[in-house]
Each structure stands twice: as structure tokens, then as C-alpha cells.
Write a protein that binds this ligand. Structure first.
Ligand SMILES: NC(=O)c1ccc[n+]([C@@H]2O[C@H](COP(=O)([O-])OP(=O)(O)OC[C@H]3O[C@@H](n4cnc5c(N)ncnc54)[C@H](OP(=O)(O)O)[C@@H]3O)[C@@H](O)[C@H]2O)c1
Length: 244
């Protein structure tokens, strides 16, 4: 075990859990997880992990949480996974037509999928800039690609992920000047078995619904191979570039 540390944010996501399980199984790095619901991490498997509950994803809660991590004994954070994503819940459904669009649902989705990850990026940057190479993965989605949009619909989710891609791209340009050790990656996991995809799994072609453990394996290969090149990458689960 090194003093390299992996930080997983929004750690109650199914894909996040698979990432955490693999970190522990491989004993490849220290692990810090942050979530509103830490119940999964109460099992003894995670005894060696630092498990941090957060009440909400308001900016003050985010900055206070990161300040508490800074006080931990010297840990070099070399990978960060920001996993937030809402596609549907009791109040929001992906829109099929313009008439389905609602300002409340749009605000909720863009807050969770775009504003919240951006606040983490804002507060992580001063903490992570330095000499230790660090890869920050923000989960977006292929439907956030403007050039790849052939089907339309899903207005709020698409827009939230496209906006996140733009924020990642812009942040990478700034970090190339002031935090050359940080690489930003916008990641599309593919359709993965989780609460997020549950209502939409019926039409997924055979073999195309991934298990979170498979996506976790793929993603660790992607982060291991990613070059710190001063540019953002937008890639799928195969590591293949997606056009912005
Ligand atoms: N599953 C797929 O097929 C698929 C496909 C393409 C892209 N993605 C993207 O991959 C990522 C992980 O997805 P998943 O399938 O693992 O999702 P999931 O199991 O449904 O997890 C939901 C995630 O969203 C966070 N979240 C929920 N409500 C939130 C809110 N109001 N504010 C902020 N965060 C909130 C949760 O954080 P807590 O830990 O605090 O609960 C958790 O990180 C998401 O960004 C998703 O858009 C998934």
C-alpha cells in the first residue's frame, strides 16, 4: 500500500460502490468516500477506508468536507471520481417532448448533475494542485455530446451533461496554466445496471447492459493510462474518445 489516495464523491452510486470495492480488493490505494448515504460503507470490508457523510451538496458543506480531508495525515490524492447523476426521481422524468419540460425538474437535474460536480472541482483544485499527478473523473454521459445527438428528448439530462462537459473542457484549459499535475476526464460508463438506468433497461440490446464491476475495471484502466496532457478527455467505457 502506498500513500496514494482515491477519493470517491457521490459514493452511494452503484458504479461508485464498484470502484470502492475494487480499490479495497486490490489494496492499491487509500480510499476516502463521501456520500449523503454511507450505509453501504458500514460493512467491515471498508474498515480501512475513511467514510465521510455529507448532509447536502451545498457549497459550504462541500468546502467544509474538503477542509476536514485536508486535516487528515499526509495523503496524496491521485484519483478523484465525481459520480453525481439524476435522470429520474419522484419529481423528474426524462422529457419525451417539449411540453414535458418543467423549470422545477430542470433546476433539480442541473443542480445535481452540473452545479454540484462543478463546486467539487472548484474546491478540489487548490487542494490538489502541486506535484503529485492527479486524475479527476467526472461522470457525464454520451447523451451530453452535442455532435452525437441524433434522437433529441431528455432535455434536462442532456443539457446538464453537455453543460458539465463544457465546464470540464474550460476547467482543463485553466488548469493547464495553473495546475499542470491535474488531468480532467469526462466519462461515459455505458448503460450500467443501477437505479439510474433501471426504468430504461428493457430496450438495451443483449450484452450492452454493463455490471458496475465491469465499468469499474474499465475505468481504472482508463485512469491508469490517461496522460497528464493539459487537455480534457471525453471518453466512453472502452476509453474511446467521444466527440464533444
Ligand atoms: N447507469 C447508467 O446507465 C449511466 C449511463 C450514463 C451515465 N451515467 C452516469 O454515471 C454516474 C453514476 O451513475 P449510477 O448509475 O451509478 O447512478 P446511481 O446509482 O443512481 O447513483 C446516483 C448518484 O447521484 C448522486 N445524487 C443523487 N441525487 C443527488 C442530488 N440531489 N444531488 C447531488 N447528487 C445526487 C448520488 O450521490 P449520493 O452518494 O450522495 O447518494 C450518487 O452519486 C451518473 O453521473 C450518471 O449520470 C450512468
Amino acid at each position: 500500500m502506498t500513500n496514494q489516495t482515491t477519493l470517491i464523491i457521490g459514493a452511494n452510486s452503484e458504479i461508485a460502490k464498484a470502484l470502492a470495492i475494487k480499490i479495497i480488493a486490490d489494496n492499491s490505494s487509500n480510499l476516502i468516500v463521501i456520500s449523503r448515504d454511507i450505509s453501504f460503507y458500514q460493512q467491515s470490508t471498508f474498515d480501512s477506508a475513511t467514510v465521510i457523510p455529507i448532509k447536502s451538496y451545498e457549497e459550504l458543506a462541500i468546502s467544509n468536507t474538503l477542509a476536514s480531508i485536508k486535516k487528515l495525515p499526509t495523503l496524496l490524492i491521485s484519483q478523484v471520481f465525481i459520480c453525481h447523476g439524476i435522470l429520474h426521481n419522484e419529481r423528474c422524468q426524462p422529457e419525451k417532448r417539449l411540453e414535458d419540460f418543467s423549470s422545477e425538474s430542470f433546476s433539480e437535474i442541473i443542480t445535481a448533475n452540473t452545479l454540484t460536480p462543478m463546486l467539487w472541482l472548484k474546491h478540489l483544485t487548490p487542494m490538489l494542485s502541486g506535484k503529485n499527478p492527479c486524475k479527476i473523473v467526472v461522470f457525464t454521459a454520451r447523451v451530453g455530446s452535442i455532435s452525437d445527438n441524433k434522437l433529441g428528448g431528455w432535455y434536462s439530462y442532456r443539457a446538464s451533461k453537455a453543460a458539465m462537459n463544457m465546464l470540464v473542457k474550460s476547467a482543463a484549459i485553466e488548469l493547464a496554466r495553473r495546475a499542470k499535475n491535474i488531468k480532467l476526464i469526462s466519462f461515459h460508463p455505458g448503460t450500467t445496471d443501477s437505479p439510474l438506468s433501471k426504468p430504461f433497461q428493457a430496450n438495451v440490446p443483449e450484452g450492452k447492459l454493463f455490471q458496475p464491476s465491469f465499468v469499474a475495471e474499465q475505468l481504472f484502466t482508463i485512469t491508469a493510462n490517461a496522460l497528464i496532457d493539459g487537455d480534457a478527455s471525453y471518453v466512453d467505457w472502452q476509453g474511446k474518445a467521444i466527440s464533444w
